[in-house]
Ligand binder design. Structure first.
Ligand code: FAD
Length: 351
């Protein structure tokens, strides 16, 4: 009989993030598919009451919680203690957790402490023939494999955007407190968090839209000049209005990395493609971008794809985009930004 542990940490407000609810949805589906299995919820945070009550109706047989101030923040030594303690207390054979940056850092250590194994970047969890299996991609998202393991506990980090989030009625959960040694906290003191300001934070995994900028933004335009400054303004203006996430081609971030005065807000973290990331936004808009890698690899999980390019024979035209606008991206984005401003500034209808 499998014991399936859904393991999550709370957010600053005590709630669970969307990726955690997706993992809960996957854990429930797995429990339903595995005969005689049971589902347990394990939560870590300063106070896990809000989170536990929020998922009280998820069908978990037990709610285990590690709580207290040391567990409020992401810190390897306390997170690994908490996850291992809940793993032990639950007797879990399978641990399903969201691939948040916090869990990505800590859960390999917890799996090791429990003598188990871990697989990261899972995109699906199934139980076709009565035993659990994990789907994940290899070789920069070119090969898809289904992985089974005999060793338990088996920790599985599920990538965000791959499962339906659990949505059910809240209630009042009976939480069983689990002791995890907060003494480990004294080894590392968190003195603060440094992150870019909201305007500079351009990578937004939860955004509906991915906006990809290519090297064309920095190239000489039909008037004989490059317009890097205007490109920056147009892109940032669009991101501010839409809160879209910003992706880039390799050519463009390589230029930026060479210190050229173009698109200074781009870093290699923005790059999508074979040697970049493969985000999972519902919609994508590529501008001034020709390259094969960003299209075939970087965009393979983007559901609806559109592109703006001056060249009707660009890589996008070869069947990679749902819609290709053969147009000047400067002119298009100027117009799009004006329409967005008009919409944002329009008076709201009285309710
Ligand atoms: C091993 C390997 C791994 C790689 N990995 C990646 C990767 O992960 N990600 C990645 O992106 N690349 C990757 N590349 C590079 C990739 O092959 C391409 O060279 C790169 O993506 C091209 O970038 P681009 O489309 O921005 O630039 P370009 O190929 O220079 O295209 C610029 C485009 O902008 C258009 N344009 C110019 N001005 C305008 C305008 N005013 N309006 C509209 N369109 C305009 C042009 O028509 C052109 O199509 C990799 C290459 C190798 C060899």
């Amino acid at each position: 009989m499998d014991t399936i542990l859904f393991l999550a940490h709370t957010e600053a407000d005590g709630s669970l993030c969307r990726a955690a609810l997706e993992s809960l949805g996957a854990a429930r589906a797995l429990a339903a598919a595995l005969p005689d299995s049971r589902l347990i919820a394990g939560l870590v945070g300063a106070d896990v009451r809000t989170a536990a009550d929020g998922i009280a109706g998820c069908g978990a047989a037990r709610f285990l919680g590690v709580s207290g101030a040391p567990f409020a923040q992401s810190r390897y030594c306390t997170d690994v203690e908490a996850a291992a303690a809940i793993g032990r207390a639950s007797g879990a054979t399978l641990v399903i957790a969201p691939a948040t940056s916090r869990w990505n850092r800590a859960l390999a250590g917890a799996a090791h402490r429990l003598g188990g194994r871990i697989d990261a970047h899972a995109t699906a969890i199934s139980a076709a023939d009565g035993s659990p299996a994990v789907t994940r991609w290899y070789y920069r998202q070119r090969l898809e494999a289904v992985v089974c393991r005999r060793i338990r506990p088996w920790f599985i980090l599920l990538d965000p955007g791959c499962a339906q989030p659990w949505a059910g009625l809240p209630g009042t959960a009976t939480i069983e407190p689990v002791d995890a040694s907060p003494a480990a906290a004294s080894r590392t003191t968190v003195i603060g968090v440094r992150s870019p300001s909201a305007d500079l934070q351009t990578i937004r995994p939860d955004a509906k839209l991915l906006f990809v900028a290519g090297a064309g933004w920095t190239k000489t335009q039909p008037d004989g000049n490059a317009h890097g400054r205007e490109a920056e303004e147009l892109i940032l203006d669009f991101l501010r209005s839409t809160q879209a996430s910003l992706g880039s081609t390799k050519s463009l971030v390589d230029l930026t990395g060479e210190g050229q005065p173009v698109l200074g807000f781009m870093t290699h973290m923005n790059q999508v493609g074979q040697t970049g990331s493969t985000p999972r936004h519902a919609k994508g808009l590529a501008t001034c971008c020709h390259g094969e890698e960003p299209h075939t690899v970087g965009w393979r999980f983007v559901t609806e794809r559109r592109a703006v390019n001056l060249n009707p024979n660009c890589g996008w035209a070869q069947g990679k985009a749902d819609v290709l606008y053969v147009a000047d991206a400067f002119a298009v984005m100027r117009e799009v930004n004006a329409l967005l401003h008009a919409r944002l500034e329009a008076p709201k209808p009285a309710s």
